[in-house]
Design a binder for this molecule. Structure first.
Ligand code: UDP
Ligand code: MG
Length: 311
């Protein structure tokens, strides 16, 4: 019998889990020709999420869990899920029921047809501010124009991955993770199923605008060196401009013999080049910072407990 693991990263989800579990039970009943494993990854929740998970796993042998030593963020929690999942295919889904479990049935059909990576494509973005929509649009635009891999917009982490993909993803141990890009990077046969995003059943999204912006920067910085290239171009153009301008002044002074005119020009130039240099340094710094993080080769996460009824 083929085994399917459902990986659910959870951070402060005590209210949603019971409901999610019920939905997953419906799914498992409908697809009883597979053996199922529900793998909860407790990402250092501060509420009673762990207790809820433990009571579920006490009732049901198909529920297993990983309790991480602290909050690492969803990207790392997913990696932990990939490492411990036992299935021939894995489904990743959010704990807040924004990803309707019944859609997994369509994903399974596609998987049986021979696809390795079946992703859920959102047909609507439920309740998001226009600012968030615009930023998200801009982000995908920049990423697609600059990175060599095609990162798909409106596609989240809700997907079914074959064992091949899981093994590929597990080999990428970078600390600054941008899993959405990694899915595209690994390739394999991909297809999609459409689904409508639901509103969270309870609580609020743990993403702040700041968090999203930093994830966006992460996405761009970890997939492309286009900003460095841009800094080089801006540098080259301004330097050429500056050189020509300097030449003009030199000639003018030699020919006309100019006294101390042009103070504003001087100030503007100093500020302009100062700014351009700082900007380029900042971009450079972002990459150096990433080299610093990766070069330490620290483990991605630590596990407090791992529990599985069937090993
Ligand atoms: N999550 C996590 N660690 C975190 C933040 C979130 O494991 O530090 C989980 C969370 O419990 C949920 C999923 O990641 O299952 C998506 O989080 P959320 O709903 O807050 O994000 P959104 O749906 O707005 O992208
Ligand atoms: Mg959510």
């Amino acid at each position: 019998m083929k085994k399917i693991s459902v990986i659910v990263p959870c951070y402060n989800e005590q209210e949603s889990l019971q409901l999610l579990y019920q939905e997953l039970c419906r799914l498992m009943k409908a697809e009883s020709k597979y053996e199922w494993e529900i793998l909860f990854v407790n990402d250092g929740s501060k509420d009673d999420t762990l207790q809820v998970i433990q009571s579920l796993s006490a009732q049901d042998a198909s529920v297993s869990y990983i309790d991480l030593s602290r909050n690492y963020g969803k990207e790392t929690a997913m990696l932990a899920g990939f490492d411990y999942a036992q299935g021939d295919a894995c489904v990743i889904m959010d704990a807040d029921l924004q990803h309707p479990p019944m859609v997994v049935r369509d994903m399974l059909r596609k998987w049986e047809e021979g696809y390795d990576d079946v992703y859920g494509k959102r047909t609507t973005r439920a309740k998001e501010s226009w600012l968030r929509k615009c930023l998200s649009y801009a982000f995908y635009y920049i990423l697609q124009k600059s990175a060599k891999v095609d990162v798909l917009p409106n596609v989240g982490d809700f997907r079914l991955l074959d064992r091949k993909c899981i093994d590929a993803l597990r080999q990428m141990r970078e600390t600054d993770r941008y899993t959405k890009g990694l899915y595209c990077l690994i390739g394999f046969r991909k297809t999609y199923v459409e689904f409508e995003t639901q509103d969270r059943v309870s609580g609020s999204s743990s993403w702040t605008l700041r968090g999203l912006i930093s994830l966006a920067i992460e996405g761009i910085m970890s997939f492309t060196i286009a900003p460095l290239r841009l800094a080089t171009w801006v540098g080259a153009i301004t330097a050429t401009g500056a050189f020509l301008y300097a030449l003009y002044f030199l000639i003018k002074t030699l020919v006309v013999g100019d006294p101390v005119h042009g103070f504003p020009t001087l100030v503007i130039l100093i500020l302009f080049f100062g700014g351009a240099q700082l900007l380029a340094l900042g971009v450079l710094g972002e990459y150096v910072g990433r080299i610093f993080h990766e070069s330490k080769h620290r483990p991605n996460y630590f596990v407090q407990t791992y529990y599985s009824a069937k090993k």
